[in-house]
Write a protein that binds this ligand. Structure first.
Ligand SMILES: *Cc1c(COP(=O)(O)O)cnc(C)c1O
Length: 485
């Protein structure tokens, strides 16, 4: 058999690659070091969009040339969540340490579906850390997934199997008695309804329980909804409480909901996508009281944990419940007690994915290098900045706070005297677009109490009070030109 160097994808000259690799690394360090000097986001010029419709490249292109294209056409036009002025949606900022760890993981190219390898021990180390952080027993199990959307889906599926028995995995829901019903607050994230849909239970079978004036699930209404469903012949099986709601950052009364779930025999799941990691901040952790009683918790390291995307996580109080739901025997995944096929159960037995990347490594590096204390302080700091923003809004006659500042999310609007509700909503939507296009600050919008709100979610560890001041100054300036029109 004839072999040429053309058949491997490794370089002919490692020295050249090494030099180019250092250039690429330095460019990213420069980007992170000088992030503040850039706009948060900028509109994408048409020629740049057009550049991404070329034909499949049949021949090679020099790595340095492709990297130059990255620097010119990709790097400047990301959404900007690494930037301290980014306050839209709930996005983490990432860290240089996470970036470096991601490079190491890619170099190793580990597949964490299973087999006997230390990368899985690293993932299990993270499981132990979060198990202890949430006060779960040693029997807890968990794994990395893409994000909380997937982690919530796993929560629904595990609760379904716990309620109906493993027979549901073969026979399907149609073979089971009674229709399942689940509960979350009307402020819950949309991915929970989507999880009910994907699981085949049906999005309408997620009952959206009203909220109190602090935007927390009304526990009395929850209990009433469960009773009404039972009377109507449904099988209530799952409650998803929210710890850090996406609209306003509210935390449901986890302790009360946990007690009710226990008394009613329902699975108690917590969607703590970003809020759960507040356990790292001693001054905020008490607000999550009751989270340790959950049957499962879904959360993201890529939001408040600042781990680069993506790094979602699902933790189950009893790890065997994950196996009951996902383990499946196949000849090509046969287990042994020695050799590479040892180490069962494997991560692929605990969730839907077989091939899985080494998300654990960037998380392990982040926690080791910064330490839980420093990560917790950066979380507490974002809440302090949110309170500062809230106080400044209350002191400015042009602005109105639309919801109490519970954690790190601030919903407000520019007052538009003389305009009707639709007009005021339009002005506020325009202010947000103007802010985003200015590159000064990037909040997003939501609807709170029937009003379109300017929503600033302070998640980024780089954000400082000066960034808050810049957001306010620009909001006032853009509001003034629009309202006086
Ligand atoms: C972000 C978020 C989600 C979705 O998580 P992803 O990681 O984006 O899939 C779910 N629930 C809440 C409360 C969130 O903030």
């Amino acid at each position: 058999m004839r072999e040429t160097d053309q058949e491997t994808l490794d370089p002919e000259d490692w020295q050249d690659l090494r030099a180019q690799g250092h250039v690429m690394l330095d460019d990213m360090f420069d980007y992170l070091e000088h992030l503040r000097e850039r706009p948060v986001w900028q509109p994408i010029p048409q020629p740049v969009r057009d550049a991404f419709h070329e034909a499949l490249p049949r021949g090679p292109t020099d790595l340095a040339a492709v990297h130059r294209t990255f620097m010119k056409d990709i790097l400047p036009y990301a959404v900007g969540n690494a930037h301290p002025g980014f306050m839209g949606w709930v996005h983490g900022g990432g860290t240089p340490v996470g970036m470096l760890a991601e490079m190491l993981a890619a170099g190793l190219n580990a597949n964490l579906g299973g087999r006997d390898q230390i990368p899985i021990a690293v993932e299990r180390q993270v499981v132990e850390w979060v198990r202890d952080l949430f006060g779960f027993p040693d029997s807890a199990g968990g794994l990395f997934v893409t994000g909380t959307s997937m982690a919530n889906l796993i929560g629904v599926l595990v609760a379904r199997t716990a309620a109906l028995g493993q027979a549901v995995r073969r026979g399907g829901l149609a073979a089971c008695d009674g229709r399942l019903a689940a509960y979350a607050s009307s402020g819950a994230h949309g991915c929970i309804a989507k999880a009910m849909d994907i699981a085949g239970i049906g999005a309408d079978l997620l009952r959206l329980v009203p909220m109190n004036d602090r935007y927390e699930m009304d526990v009395a209404a929850l209990e009433a909804a469960i009773r009404a469903d039972r009377r109507a012949g449904f099988r209530p099986f799952f409650i998803a409480a929210t710890a850090g709601s996406v609209d306003v950052g509210a935390i449901d009364d986890l302790a009360a909901i946990g007690r009710l779930a226990r008394a009613q025999g329902l699975w108690f799941h917590v969607d703590g996508a970003y809020g759960a990691l507040a356990m790292l901040a001693p001054e905020i952790a008490p607000r999550l009281e009751g989270i340790g009683e959950a049957d499962s918790i879904a959360f993201d390291f890529h939001k408040w944990g600042q781990v680069p995307y993506d790094a979602g996580f699902v933790l189950a109080r009893d790890g065997r419940r994950l196996e009951d739901t996902f383990a499946a025997e196949t000849a090509y995944l046969k287990r042994e007690s020695r050799g590479m096929a040892a180490g069962s159960p494997w991560p692929c037995d605990l969730g839907p994915d077989l091939s899985r990347g080494f998300r654990a490594l960037k998380t392990w590096f982040t926690i080791k290098v910064y330490g839980a204390g420093r990560l917790g302080r950066s979380i507490a700091r974002t809440c302090e900045l949110a309170r500062y923003l809230g106080r400044r809004i209350e002191a400015l006659p042009e602005l109105e706070l639309l919801a109490p500042v519970s954690l790190n999310i601030v919903c407000f609007r520019y007052r538009c005297p003389g305009l009707d509700a639709a007009g005021a909503d339009r002005v506020n939507a325009e202010i947000v677009i103007a802010l985003q296009e200015s590159g000064i600050a990037a909040p997003s919008t939501t609807t709170v109490a029937g009003h379109l709100a300017i929503r600033a979610a302070i998640v980024n560890h780089r954000t400082r009070s000066g960034d808050i001041d810049a957001l306010l100054a620009a909001t006032l300036a853009f509001g003034k030109t629009r309202v006086s029109l």
